[in-house]
Design a binder for this molecule. Sequence first.
Ligand SMILES: [Fe+2]
Length: 546
Amino acid sequence: MTTTTDLPQHSPELRAAARHIGRRRFLTVTGAAAALAFAVNVPAAGTASAAQFDARKITDNPFTLGVASGDPLPDSVLLWTRLAPAPYQPDSGLPAQRITVHWELAHDEGFTRIARRGAAIAYPEFNHTVHVEVAALEAGRVYYYRFRAGTWISETGRTRTAPARTAAASSLTLAAVSCQAYTDGHYTAYRHLAQDDVDVVFHLGDYLYEYAVNSVGGYRNYTDRTLPALFNRETTTLEDYRLRYALFKSDPDLRAAHAAHPFVVTWDDHETENNYADDLPENSVPPEEFLLRRAAAYRAYWENQPLRLPQRPTGPDMQLYRRLHWGRLAQFDVLDTRQYRSNQAYGDGSQIPGPEVDDPARTMTGATQERWLLDGWRDSAALWNVVPQQVTFAQRKFDLTEPSRVSMDAWDGYRASRRRVLDGAKAAGVENLMVLTGDVHVGYGFDIKDDFDAPDSATLGTEIVATSITSGRDGSDKPANWDTYMRANPHMRFYNGRRGYVTVALGRQLARADFKTVPYVTTTGAPLATAATFVTQVGAQGLTPA
Ligand SMILES: [Fe+2]
């Protein structure tokens, strides 16, 4: 265990914060957060002290990590890139100076009908990432975009704006993805997703894993390259996290998926550390020290994702939960179930639930986010109310014996919190509730029951759990516990243990979910198959095979 005064690899800003905290041993967690907020804040755009670097002096392609877009609004999209001529080096192969990057957005792939263009600054303080919020766009349109730095031009990305808020919007096809452990295999599912006809991709967490990556990339088992030793350790510092994003984002299949579709991202635990809860880490590290790591992880997350300015973190705090709309067809309440949650009950893991899981003082969302969610539902004019989030929402018993073990890290470990959310949905008159989930590295389809222990109780919505892109390696269609899970959970309509992603087509009469899988990821080139298709009708929730 390290102490707060022994953090040699942290950035100067974080080291300064650590010293500050170290001097004040009885500082509260809130105080530590405030100290960090001050210490890692970066000068506002235009006031950065770094000198300007002439982009024409960049001698190698700086667009090695691709392009991305995100959080489509009716009049705006967020465009992202990062300059990194040498992505596996701590300095990315660039001086600590700001660099001007030009961007353009067009109606056509040939960039003959330019809609908007401009220049942005890649700041060294943000690791030369670029976030451009392009405004005053037309609603419900496809756009193409690209960046230029000096003589280098990026690949072309494709994105779209959401329909106008008042538009009826007849349909929307989304994809849901999660859990992309680099060491567990190839991103073949992303290669297929890049070709798939979807409007937007929701990433439900575990975009990054903190664990060490060896020289052959784990089960990728490279024979044509040797990954640098700096990846062969768990990420704890800002530099570690930034480099790890570079590794993941250098994958051509992931880059293709980002270039093809706008992403709406939320995180789970591994972007920071396995199964952390608020300021409590997995292992016995003091909260104030863990908050330094959290600040580093959150900052690298924002830098490397197509996220807007309101999501930019302040120290260890980041406003990631947010609301998006697709006309009057769908409202998306994107949750963050990590940053504000109570500690896992009964020591985490799989446990028989006791009174703690029903303790109303415990929370999965924090009180503020919970109120925001329930208020948002009350004000919703959308046909579908979709909740992209992290951990399994429906009850999931692991055993046929009673009482059965359930996951303390999922909503089963926070039953009082789940009850408040479901009661809030009922009170708000939410009719077409759909929860989108990641985390568990398998695909599930659930009916969300008013009382999960009473199969005859009302079905309040559906939950679609997207399997992993790679985590868990090849997997199997029917894992060993398949029969047990299906019998122990009558509201579980589908269970598949392959890698892949889900598409959900939301329409005005029904929603259709396609669970798409690849038979292997530890070697490249797997074909895509549809393991199952389910529908749920507007006004009559519950999954039925199509
Ligand atoms: Fe995961």
